[in-house]
Design a protein around this ligand. Structure first.
Ligand code: SF4
Length: 453
């Protein structure tokens, strides 16, 4: 592809934002494989032509069009969109028109670089005359990932509810894999089963999602889980339980983290990774928390003008947060009657952990809020070790590491930092093996979290 030199900064506002997806192809980057495919299926059910882009195939393009100073997820996703466009151009020839695509790249409202990926990628796309009409669909944490405007108003709430359920079901399928794979009767059986299960659930969401027939979707999920249980060899004794926290993209993108969960399993672990729904819950919780704080401040300052808007925000964000909590709890309750998968930490509980020991503050924001509190929660629950997975130089994860290291020493629970970029760190596997040795010792001395806790 030939790139031009001139950059139009106006396009940062004109072509990055929330756009109607009617008659467009919505390209979703693959982060956690299952969740992204289920989300695309939900979108398709609602009449949006959505698909998940292949990931890491465009790594060379990603490296060519970044400087190396960007966060690793930015490099990967830049490569993913450029590769997807290259493939489309080859497939369609003269019929290719970049105006037909909307590239889905959510953002976070600071203070780290996540809010900049889509701006940077806008500038990259604009340097190619044949790609400068691809719009970037940027949902933002600023409004709790509102979907308003992307489809007809009358369908927005249903789309949001169904999308949320697809995230929860994606998390559950991931947790099912990590629960059964370390104990599978035949090597490779669990992976093959989960791949098949993902397609079954994609079909269920596409068919049943638009009518919000959640009961039938969960019936299908229960059937999948029943079948998955059959893969477990009950003769294999329980293994040390390892919790994972960290930056959401790296800890869930298998290629980016060099399949760290499988490496941990190879050295004897059963693993639970922090979920995707946890981030969605956190953003709704945090918007509600901020709206409440602003409301109280206005009252104290006798500024009554903004109160109506703030009250509306509180009702909106509160509705989202409590709905999500209800739906997630209800879903886990159903599947826990079939198999003992761990539930997510409550966001309010995580904030309490931080406040009680004055470890960090939700006022600062970022995933450090979830990671620091999540690590402490894992340790208290009796996990045998915790791993922090993140992109090399990631700001919130480095902060997390600095805060939790002394705490984990005090608690006597093994802890490991695993920063990743596109290189392979010599010694990484040795570090994981040593960590697992410590986790095994912890397991022998203390046992492990009861699976039904
Ligand atoms: S969370 Fe880390 S990896 Fe993601 S944008 Fe912020 S600094 Fe970069």
């Amino acid at each position: 592809m030939e790139s031009a030199k001139i950059i139009d900064f106006q396009s940062l506002t004109d072509k990055v934002g929330r756009f109607n997806l009617r008659d467009k192809t919505c390209l979703i980057p693959e982060m956690n494989r299952i969740g992204c495919h289920l989300l695309a299926a939900v979108f398709r059910g609602f009449g949006i032509h959505a698909r998940v882009m292949e990931t890491c195939k465009g790594m060379d393009l990603g490296k060519e069009y970044t400087s190396g100073k960007e966060c690793y997820p930015c490099q990967i996703t830049t490569g993913d969109i450029l590769y997807a466009m290259q493939e489309e151009r080859e497939r369609l020839g003269n019929a290719f028109n970049s105006e037909n695509y909307i590239y889905f790249m959510p953002e976070a409202d600071g203070p780290c670089r996540f809010g900049m990926y889509n701006k940077y990628q806008r500038m990259v796309l604009d340097t190619f005359p044949e790609l400068n009409k691809v719009k970037i669909g940027a949902l933002s944490t600023k409004d709790g990932y509102s979907l308003a405007g992307i489809i007809d108003d009358s369908r927005v709430r249903d789309l949001r509810k169904t999308s949320y359920l697809s995230l929860v079901v994606g998390d559950i399928l991931d947790r099912l894999l990590w629960r059964i794979r370390p104990y599978e009767k035949t090597a490779g059986e669990a992976d093959a089963f989960i791949e098949k299960a993902m397609h079954l659930m994609e079909d269920a969401f596409e068919r049943l999602g638009p009518d919000k027939d959640f009961d039938s979707i969960l019936n299908e999920l229960e059937t999948v889980i029943e079948e998955g249980k059959g893969i477990v060899d009950s003769e294999i004794p329980l293994k040390p339980l390892i919790g994972i926290v960290g930056e959401i993209y790296l800890r869930t993108h298998v290629q980016a983290n060099q399949d760290v969960i499988r490496v941990l399993e190879r050295y004897g672990a059963e693993v639970v990774n922090a979920s995707i729904a946890e981030w969605a819950n956190y953003t709704s919780y945090d918007r509600l928390r901020e709206a409440r704080a602003r409301f109280r401040l206005c009252l104290r300052q006798f500024r009554f003008g903004p109160l109506k808007t703030l009250l509306k925000d509180m009702v909106g964000y509160g509705g989202d947060f409590y709905y999500q909590r209800f739906r997630q709890k209800q879903t886990y309750q159903r599947i826990r009657s079939v198999i003992d998968l761990p539930e997510d930490h409550e966001i309010g509980h995580l904030e309490e952990i931080l406040m009680k020991k004055d470890l960090f503050s939700f006022e600062v924001g970022t995933e450090a809020c979830l990671s620091i509190a999540g690590i402490v929660a894992y340790a208290r629950e009796g996990y045998n070790g915790v791993v922090n997975v993140y992109p090399f130089t990631c700001m919130p994860s480095t902060v997390t590491s600095a805060i939790v290291r002394p705490i984990m020493n005090e608690l006597g629970v093994p802890y490991l930092d695993t920063p990743y970029d596109s290189s392979v760190q010599p010694g990484r596997e040795a570090a994981i093996r040593t960590f697992m040795y410590q986790a095994e010792q912890h397991f022998r001395r203390h046992g492990r979290k009861k699976k039904s806790d």
